[in-house]
Write a protein that binds this ligand. Structure first.
Ligand SMILES: [Cu+2]
Length: 468
């Protein structure tokens, strides 16, 4: 009796591929949040894989003190990582949380079919949709929402990665991680605090205020850094949700031993420094940790890394290998008489010693950071104009003010209610007279006021600072 039943199923399977689903083993896909990746699939034959994904509209941190309403696949940006195997039949369930405000859908670049699933998955809040596809092509694919206005849904974080593991799996590595870049468009400038609305204008102009990995500034920094041990092999599944920017993905201090360009499975490039990850595209990169240390992940369009958030870390622990990398071997004085004379740069008489006016010193030395009118650069260089920090020091701690110029300043400070955490390097080459001049210039310009410094006061402060 049992045998006959099986035969009947077998015949049905011949005529109609879909009814074959019933003869495949059924499993539920393991989904993970970045930077984790679901485990390697060890099956050697296809399965019917059930994917359950829920769209959630959530308020979360975009940066320290900056909140944003993200639209997500699963509750975070990027969406949950999906892993299936080439040849699997994927039964996809998309749920739209009842508390959401908008309809959504999903376009998976791994789908062969209209809209990559978008047309079959349009789902109103409080509804669920289902469609099924066969994972015909192996590779690393982006998925994203494709509901109008598409750009806005993507800009709000509606993207993630689906990896269709090839029948012959890629060589085993010690660790796999999920890293996905995206650009964000807020009404306020970078690091402006509070709940930030989406700016359609900036999005259309392709001028993001944030470019980040894994949905937030610092999502891969400090305690959240990726971890590895010396001697291990690492595979990064790198995606770019865009919506606009192309990523020049680079890991400072590492060379990618292998790159599966554009997330394909066979074109392997070796020994690559920076790989291009298109918007709506991906790359798989592999390397071996040869030495310990902190390796910085960046979009090498470098202002994005240091001024917009596209910076992550991979921390490798383990024994040093001084042959591969020595660390600093020499740090010695290099004085003017040893240096080659530089064309166009006269050193005699030194322009730094010429007794310049305050305005000139400011323009020559300080303005490149604090800007022409002393207004600073938001989030990077604090203002000197109307700076409450500066006027406080001019009254309460005049020695500190002298020391900022002589010794520099680093660490968190708050100027006019905004936080800065940057480094001012010591200013060298000022005579004592010029030091007095520039101090008096900054405390009396742009609406600042304070008691003028005397040469005697500055000399005394300098002695104290230098004897510390
Ligand atoms: Cu959407």
């Amino acid at each position: 009796m049992k045998k006959i039943f099986l035969i009947i199923i077998g015949i049905g399977c011949f005529g109609n591929l879909l009814s074959c689903k019933s003869s495949l083993p059924i499993e539920k896909a393991v989904l993970t949040f970045a930077p984790e990746v679901p485990p390697v699939i060890t099956r050697t034959s296809p399965a019917k894989v059930i994917v359950d994904l829920e769209v959630q509209e959530v308020v979360n941190q975009l940066a320290d003190g900056v909140e944003y309403t993200f639209w997500t696949f699963g509750g975070k940006v990027p969406g949950k990582f999906i892993r299936v195997r080439e040849g699997d039949i994927v039964e996809f369930h998309l749920a739209n949380h009842p508390a959401n405000k908008l309809p959504h859908n999903i376009d998976l670049h791994a789908v062969t079919g209209p809209g990559g699933g978008a047309t079959s998955s349009f789902t109103a809040p409080g509804h669920k949709s289902q469609f099924t596809f066969t994972a015909l092509n192996a590779g690393l694919y982006v998925y994203h929402c494709a509901t109008a206005p598409v750009g806005m849904h993507v800009a709000n974080g509606m993207y993630g990665l689906i990896y269709v593991q090839p029948k012959k799996a890629l060589p085993k590595v010690d660790r796999e991680y999920y890293v996905m870049q995206g650009d964000f468009y807020t009404k306020g400038v970078f690091s402006e605090k509070g709940l930030q609305p989406f700016s359609m204008e900036k999005a259309i102009d392709e001028k993001p205020s944030y470019v980040v990995f894994n949905g937030a500034v610092n999502s891969l920094v400090g305690d959240n850094a990726l971890k590895a041990k010396v001697g291990e092999t690492i595979r990064l599944f790198v995606g770019n949700g865009g919506p606009n920017l192309v990523s020049s993905f680079h890991v400072i201090g590492e060379i990618f031993d292998k790159v599966y360009q554009e997330g394909g499975t066979s074109t392997v490039q070796e020994n690559v420094q920076t790989t291009l990850v298109p918007a709506g595209g991906s790359a798989i990169v592999e390397f071996r940790m040869d030495v310990p240390g902190t390796f910085i992940l960046v979009d090498h369009s470098i202002f994005r890394a240091f001024n917009k958030g596209a910076l992550g870390m991979l921390k490798a622990e383990g024994p040093e290998n001084k042959v591969i990398y020595s660390g600093k071997e020499v740090d010695e004085n290099y004085i003017e008489s040893q240096a080659h004379p530089q064309a166009g740069l006269k050193s005699e008489p030194s322009p730094l010693k010429a007794g310049r006016s305050g305005a000139t010193i400011f323009e020559n030395v300080c303005a490149m950071c604090h800007q022409q009118e002393g207004q600073g650069l938001s989030g990077v260089f604090p203002p000197l104009a109307k700076s409450d920090y500066l006027s406080h020091l001019a009254v309460r701690d005049r020695e500190k003010l002298v020391s900022i110029i002589l010794k520099g300043l680093s660490g968190k400070i708050t100027v006019n209610g905004k936080e800065y955490n940057n480094v001012m390097t010591p200013v060298s080459g000022l005579s004592d007279e010029e030091l007095v001049t520039i101090l008096n210039y900054i405390i009396s310009s742009w609406g600042n006021s304070g008691k003028p410094f005397t040469l005697e006061e500055v000399k005394k402060a300098k002695e104290k600072i230098e004897s510390r």
